[in-house]
Every structure is written in C-alpha cells, then in structure tokens.
Design a protein around this ligand. Structure first.
Ligand SMILES: Cc1cc2nc3c(=O)[nH]c(=O)nc-3n(C[C@H](O)[C@H](O)[C@H](O)COP(=O)(O)OP(=O)(O)OC[C@H]3O[C@@H](n4cnc5c(N)ncnc54)[C@H](O)[C@@H]3O)c2cc1C
Length: 644
C-alpha cells in the first residue's frame, strides 16, 4: 500500500524570542522565527512508515507533499531523511494568499498528479496528515482535500491494524475509541498524536540533501486559476490584534486571604461577568439590506440521544446574531429516532428544527452527514451555519463548507454581526469571526467573501448558555435525507467506550496546577485539598485541571489539560496554581467568570488575565487560602444553625 504524507513548514511558535512580537502593529515578525516541520506531520510520517510495512515495504512507496515557497524544500529533505522515498514541492506565486479551501484544492490537484505519475495510476494508497498545523490550527485542509477528491476520511486516528488484508483504523470518535474499516481506497486519515517520532540518522540526513525533489507549479497540476490563491479563497483576514485587547479588567491583589474568599464568594453567586456582557450594546441591521440573506443555523450535535451542551450554547449565540439581522434561528438535527430532542432545541431559542432521520445517520460518519447537511444548505440557503469545534464538528464542518463553497473559520472565540468597509469592499451585517492564530499569539478577525454562506466552528464553553424557556414555540421541518448504503465506504466495526470521568467542560469550579508545583506529590497535597475546600464552601461541581507542562511532567493525565490542545473551559471559578499564563493555556480558560492566580513571579502573564492575584509561593498561599475558605465555611454553617 502506497502512502502520501502531507507536510507543512511552520514558524516555531514554541520557541518565540522576545523580539518576535511587534507591539506597535500587534503582529508577529515572522522572519524572526525559525521554520520547522509541523510537529503533528512528524507523527503522520511515523504512521505512514508503519502503515507501509516499515522496513519491509514490498515495493510500497511513501511520497511526501508540501505547498509553499522554495524554502519549504527544507521540510521535504527532512522528511526524506526520516524515511520518505520521494518528495513533491508545489510552488507557484499564484498560490499565495490561499485560505484552507484554495490550499486544499491545489493539494488535491497535486495528489491527482502523484497518483498518475508516481503511482502509475494505482489507486491503492492512503493519504496521511497531521490533524492540524501549529500556525493555522484549523484542522480544515485534510477533510477538504478528501472532499475535493470525493473520498472517505477518518480523523483523530490513534492506531491501525491490518487484519487479513483489511485495514482497521482506530479513531477517537464521539463515543470513545471506534474501529473503522474502509472498503475502498484511496482514503485520507489524520492523526492527532503517534508514539515515537521517526528519527533521522546523520548519514541519511546528508544523503537526503542529494535527492532530487519534484517541483510542480499551478500549470503542471492543472489548477484552475479562479480556485487558487486569493481568488479561490472564501475567507479574508480583516484585522489582526494582540490577545491583550480582548481583556476588559485589571487584576486585583487582595490584602488578605479572608478578603479574597469574600470576593470569590460574592462573584461566584452573582456571576458578575455575565452581567457585564449583558449590558453590551447590540448591533441592529435595521432598515438596511444586509450583504447576506437567510436564516442563522446551528448544527446540533447529539450523542446517543443527548444534545451536546455546545450546540445549546451556539443556539443561544445564534439567537443573538439572528436578532441583529431580523432573522430566524434554525437548528439542524440529524440521527435516527431523535425527534424527542426537538423541544429542547426550541426551548433554547430555535425557531425551526430541520429534522433529518435515517438509519444511515445512526452513527456519525462524515459522508452521509456531510451530504444531508449540504443538501439542506443548498435548498434553504442559510446565511450563517455554526458548528461546535468538537472532534465531530471539526471533521464535518470543513467538508460541508468545501462542498457548499462557503467560507469557514475554525475555533472562533468571538462572533459578532457588523459592517466592514475597506477599499472597494463594503459589507453590511456580516459575521465577524474572531479567533486566536499562531498558537494564540495573535487574534484575527475574519470575514467570508465570495460565497452565500458564512460558517464557523466554536469550542465548547466559549459562548454562554442562556436559560431554556419551556413555553417557547417553534416549528419542526422534516427532511428526507437522500442516502444510499452503496455511497458509504466506511463502516464502524467496534466501539470501546472511553467516556472520560472528568467533565472539565461542565465544571463550575476548576482548580488547576502547573509546572510550578514541581511534583505530583505537591499537586496531590496542595491542589486537591484546595479544590475540596472551595467545593465545600461554594457547593459547585468541582474538577481538577492542569497546564500542558503539568501533564507532560506527569502531574495529571491529558483529560485534565486545559488549553489549546486540551479542553476549553468556562467555569464560574478558575484557580491557577503555578501556571505561567502562556497563550495556549489562556485560550482555554480566559472566559471563566472569575480567575484567581497564585504565582510567585509578580510579572507572570497569568496576572494579565486574572481577576484576583496572589503573588506568593504556592506552599504559603494555598494553605492560607484553604484556611480562609474553611473559616468562612464554618462561619456560614454556624449562621445557618443559628437561623434553624
Ligand atoms: C502548539 C502548542 C499547543 C499548546 N497547548 C497547550 C495547552 O493546551 N495547554 C497548556 O497549558 N499549554 C499548552 N502549550 C504549552 C504552553 O506554551 C506552555 O508551555 C505551558 O502552558 C506552560 O505550562 P506551565 O504554566 O505549567 O509551566 P511554566 O511556563 O513553566 O510556568 C510555571 C509557573 O509556575 C510559577 N512557579 C514556579 N514555582 C512556583 C512556586 N513555588 N509557587 C508559585 N508559583 C511558582 C512560575 O513563576 C511560572 O510562572 C502549548 C504549546 C504549543 C506550542
């Protein structure tokens, strides 16, 4: 079995020198950063190597492909040094400025040429890619390539096995670890992680440099001019700014722990943050004709008959957006026997529920789901469709966006309706999609162009959930999905339920520890008792969190990790102990109602985001905070007993 590995050269954002940030313009000086092979692509190379039989390949070839400027040759030589047989650089000025849709199209054209020229028309091959790149972070390109090629894709692949000539791939699916088998090739898979990256020997690295690379341009891959570069793109970055602009408060350093506990309790019960955002002035399109027309939709994610919280959060947000545009809110609900869920969606703000039921929609597979939602988009022409940035949403949304030629922005942390005017562009009432980019080092506001529909994914916990109104009325629109068994080339053969016991996203109180704790013993001795005390005092669902460094150092498992590559959380109270406040961590917790930071470094970045800070060693601060919380708890108990 041949393999094509997609690789990308990215700026090394993990090693950012202090002068990389242009504070005036709020942008990164890219030239200052080193360029490296995208870390997850290294995992993809390892996976491809193993899938093709490691050292006994029996004629199978691994070809790696990248699109970029001539400097991107470096990652191709690096890939050859790690065991790749041939490498293709797709390079042309005409590709410049491409968004994910235009990039996917160009890469798909190159894959067609690899199949024809390097595999001599043999279609038995697997395309392997890292799930996402550290600079773009969208996870959109691989599924969109699959869509252009009209092939199946499996995302979040963790392992594989060949059984009697049949490929079994294990993916992290909505219900746990799912094993899938394709019945046809080519197929595309993406991997979020793979053990033991392939190392290169000094000898092979020197030899790799002598190998000739294939250099192809737009003409050679027969790329249509209007589908590449800026012209083929459906999204446009309108503004780039520093993440600090998203902050709207200063950090207070209370004089005593007793004072801090009083403040925590007060805010916990009043949800001060929610009150602030409710007073924001909302955009109204009024009498003007907006640039886009149609309803505001939310794709509803349900699992075994339970609607995911993120979908309800998005319906709350969609109601706000629709009110600005004088439009209705539509919820798209797919599955088998899911009609009982419609009332819940209506009570949360859906005016219409587009209900598609079919036996082929019982389990999530990208092709039947993509087809059903895309058919609905073509027929009803919504102007906005929102998806959860969950594993499922990140697999599905890119294919639907590509199929319907819509712009898609991943992992938005803010969505507004607004006007935009620049040069000849004059837009009214469009969706302003703000998201972190370059690993959270900058924020970008993006708008859709040249398409009828604006699509975005949003992480769970980012938007607030408005209370349900059980008396709300709405309409159920039944749709008949046009699905045939013979069009589905993937089957789920088994599911190993791995539902995490930890539900960070739903916690009301999170006490998180970082590398500053130094050891697992300290985590157990300081963080856990603090969490217990706060739970006793505030009586909320409490979970333990961790920074990535704490996870890497073994202080906690990955299911506790908060941040860009962990979970996004929005508790009422987030306490960060010994956490520095790196952008990748902050992007996962900055929407918490109240943030308390304990850090011995008074200049730690976490204080830029915290509402309350304690600049002390955790070994001093944590016991003092526990003592103050226990004292307050005892006082409350005493007062309750007196009343009784
Ligand atoms: C692509 C990418 C994705 C990433 N995703 C994530 C993610 O999802 N989540 C995440 O957290 N990170 C993520 N990171 C890593 C991130 O960049 C930081 O390296 C990480 O968050 C730092 O963890 P930390 O704050 O625990 O450790 P450090 O940065 O080492 O900070 C430790 C802090 O503890 C303080 N401290 C030390 N001793 C004490 C003491 N005795 N008392 C009190 N304070 C003390 C120090 O002052 C310091 O501020 C990602 C990085 C990349 C490149």
């Amino acid at each position: 079995m041949n393999c094509i590995v997609l690789v990308k050269q990215v700026p090394d954002i993990s090693n950012m020198p202090p002068n990389a940030w242009d504070k005036e313009k709020g942008t990164l000086k890219r030239g200052v950063l080193d360029n490296v092979l995208n870390p997850l692509d290294l995992q993809a190379l390892t996976l491809a190597h193993r899938m093709t039989g490691e050292n006994d390949r029996m004629g199978a070839k691994i070809v790696c492909l990248t699109m970029g400027p001539p400097q991107a040759k470096e990652v191709l030589w690096d890939s050859i040094a790690r065991g790749v047989d041939e490498a293709v650089l797709l390079t042309d000025r005409a590709f410049a400025g491409a968004d994910t849709i235009a990039t996917s199209y160009a890469l798909a054209q190159a894959i067609r040429k690899i199949e024809k020229d390097l595999f001599q028309g043999n279609r038995d091959y697997i395309i392997v890619a890292g799930m996402q790149s550290t600079d773009g972070d969208t996870a959109q390109v691989p599924p969109q390539i699959a869509e252009e090629l009209g092939i199946e894709h499996v995302a979040y692949v963790q392992g594989f096995e060949w059984k009697s000539g049949t490929l079994h791939v294990n993916r992290i699916g909505p219900r746990g670890i799912e094993t899938l088998t394709p019945d046809t090739f080519p197929i595309l898979i993406t991997t979020p992680v793979w053990a033991e990256p392939l190392y290169r020997s000094f000898r092979r690295a020197r030899w790799a440099r002598l190998q000739k690379l294939h250099e192809w341009n737009a003409t050679l891959v027969h790329a249509a001019k209007d589908r590449i570069g800026l012209e083929g793109s459906r999204t446009q970055v309108c503004r780039i700014f520093s993440p600090s602009e998203m902050r709207n408060h200063e950090c207070l350093f209370p004089a005593s722990m007793d004072e801090l506990v009083v403040e925590i309790e007060k805010r916990y019960h009043s949800r001060a943050q929610a009150a602030t955002s409710a007073t924001e002035e909302k955009y109204r399109v009024g009498e003007r004709t907006p640039t886009y027309q149609g309803e505001v939709w939310v794709y509803v994610e349900q699992e075994d008959g339970t609607v995911q919280n993120v979908s309800l959060e998005l319906i709350s947000k969609a109601s706000e957006l629709a009110a600005s545009l004088n439009q209705k809110v539509g919820a798209v609900l797919l599955g088998d026997n899911v009609e009982p869920l419609c009332d819940l969606l209506i009570s949360h703000g859906a005016d219409k529920v587009y209900l598609g039921e079919h036996p082929l929609l019982q389990d999530f597979l990208p092709m039947p789901y993509k087809k059903t939602v895309s058919d609905l988009v073509f027929e009803h022409k919504p102007q906005i469709v929102l998806f959860g940035a969950t594993p499922l949403g990140r697999e599905l949304a890119p294919r639907i966006a590509y199929c319907t030629r819509s712009g898609l922005t991943a992992d938005c942390t803010k969505l507004d309706i607004g006007d935009f005017a620049k040069g000849e562009t004059n837009l009214t009432g469009v969706l302003k999609q703000t998201r972190p980019a370059l690993g959270g080092n900058i924020m970008a506001t993006i708008m859709t162009k040249g398409s009828d529909c604006q699509m975005a994914t949003v992480r769970p916990g980012v938007m607030s959930l408005k209370p349900a109104d059980p008396l709300r009325q709405g309409k159920i629109v039944r749709v008949a999905p046009h699905l045939r068994k013979e069009d589905v080339h993937l089957a789920i053969v088994s599911v190993e339920s791995q539902r995490s016991k930890q539900s960070l996203a739903e916690a009301e109180i999170i006490v998180a520890g970082g590398r500053g704790l130094g050891s697992r013993m300290n985590y157990d001795q300081y963080v856990e008792p603090l969490a217990e005390s706060l739970q006793r005092l505030l009586k909320g669902r409490t979970e333990l969190g961790a920074s990535r460094m704490a996870v890497e150092d073994g202080l906690r498992g990955h299911d506790h990790q908060v941040g860009q590559t962990g979970q996004t959380v929005r508790p009422k109270l987030y306490v960060a102990v010994g956490i520095s406040g790196a952008v990748q961590h902050v992007s996962g917790m900055q929407h918490s109602d109240t943030i308390v930071a304990i850090n011995k470094d008074p200049h730690a970045r976490i204080f830029n985001y915290a509402h309350f800070g304690i600049s002390q060693d955790f070994q001093v601060a944590v016991p003092a905070l526990i003592e103050a919380a226990e004292k307050k708890h005892a006082e409350k108990k005493h007062a309750e007993r007196k009343i009784a």
